[in-house]
Design a protein around this ligand. Structure first.
Ligand SMILES: C[S@@+](CC[C@H](N)C(=O)[O-])C[C@H]1O[C@@H](n2cnc3c(N)ncnc32)[C@H](O)[C@@H]1O
Length: 265
């Protein structure tokens, strides 16, 4: 059976239910801390730098940066629901984080503003046309200061293809199960995700499609967007430690990631 996907799926999937279905990664504070440890070693982030967490969701990376003393962070995302959750958490912790709603293809922020732009947690490749990711990268470059750093963390397309698992399921708690039926096509990983409650039946039945990037393609895209000094890192060693997620666990797009740094000239 072929998975049929609404091209605007990304406008409605990221809400409170997503924080439940993807809790093993995006609500895993230890994993976020480890990611920030790695990212801070890759680019020279200083506590007074202006940082844009683009497609930042509920701001887990920014909250961790603020916990480490960072003072000038902005989270930009399309999802009102995730931004509200992030803003509530920031308020509780008394972190002065700016949360902005919008489409990353047209960021309503000034040119030459940020020292660093981060696009983390596999947030690129959601819009099926060929131009959108380039637009997002060009917008990232525009709002960055000259010599600023971009940090990208996307799923590693080559490894996803090699280790493709068509069906996966996991229990969230005693009541809720998440089932994923996946398909690969030339450039995309598509999945139907069903969230089932033993008590209440179907909670969600939605499909999504994510473009699979490999270093060569991503490098071309970053060059077209005007970035230089493009460097690739694999997370396979750097994220793995004794506290890490069980490597046998199927975390979908979050198992194998390609981390990239680049600079604005
Ligand atoms: C998988 S979540 C990751 C969120 C966050 N970076 C993290 O690691 O927790 C992807 C996020 O990208 C956002 N997103 C995707 N495309 C977007 C776009 N064109 N404009 C703004 N936000 C977008 C979604 O709303 C969602 O919150």
């Amino acid at each position: 059976m072929s998975v049929s996907v609404d091209p605007d799926w990304w406008k409605t999937l990221f809400d409170e239910v997503y924080l439940i279905t993807d809790a093993r990664t995006v609500c895993n504070d230890e994993m976020t801390r480890r990611e920030i440890d790695v990212f801070c070693n890759l680019i020279p982030m200083k506590v007074n730098d202006r940082i844009l967490d683009l497609c930042g969701g509920h701001g887990r990376h920014t909250l961790e940066l603020c916990h480490r003393g960072f003072l000038n962070c902005t989270v930009f995302d399309h999802s009102h629901a995730l931004l509200k959750i992030g803003a509530d958490n920031a308020e509780k912790k008394e972190y002065a984080i700016e949360f902005i709603q919008g489409d990353a293809r047209k960021i309503k922020l000034d040119d030459d503003t940020y020292d660093h732009v981060m696009i983390l947690g596999n947030s690129l490749g959601y819009i099926p046309d060929d131009k959108s990711d380039l637009l997002i990268l060009k917008e990232s470059r525009r709002v960055m200061k000259s010599k600023g750093w971009l940090l990208l963390d996307v799923t590693d397309g080559k490894t996803v293809r090699r280790q493709f698992i068509p069906n996966a399921w996991h229990e969230i708690n005693e009541d809720v199960v998440v089932c994923r039926q996946r398909e690969l096509n030339e450039n995309f990983l598509c999945a139907r995700e069903m969230v089932l409650s033993k008590q209440n039946g179907v909670v969600r039945d939605k499909a999504y499609c994510i473009r699979l990037y490999e270093p060569e393609h991503l490098s071309e895209l970053l060059t077209d967007a005007g970035f230089i000094d493009i460097q690739f890192y694999s997370n396979n060693q750097s994220f793995a430690n004794n506290h890490g997620p069980d490597r046998k666990e199927d975390l979908g797009c979050m198992n194998h990631r390609l981390i990239v740094s680049a600079r604005k000239p």
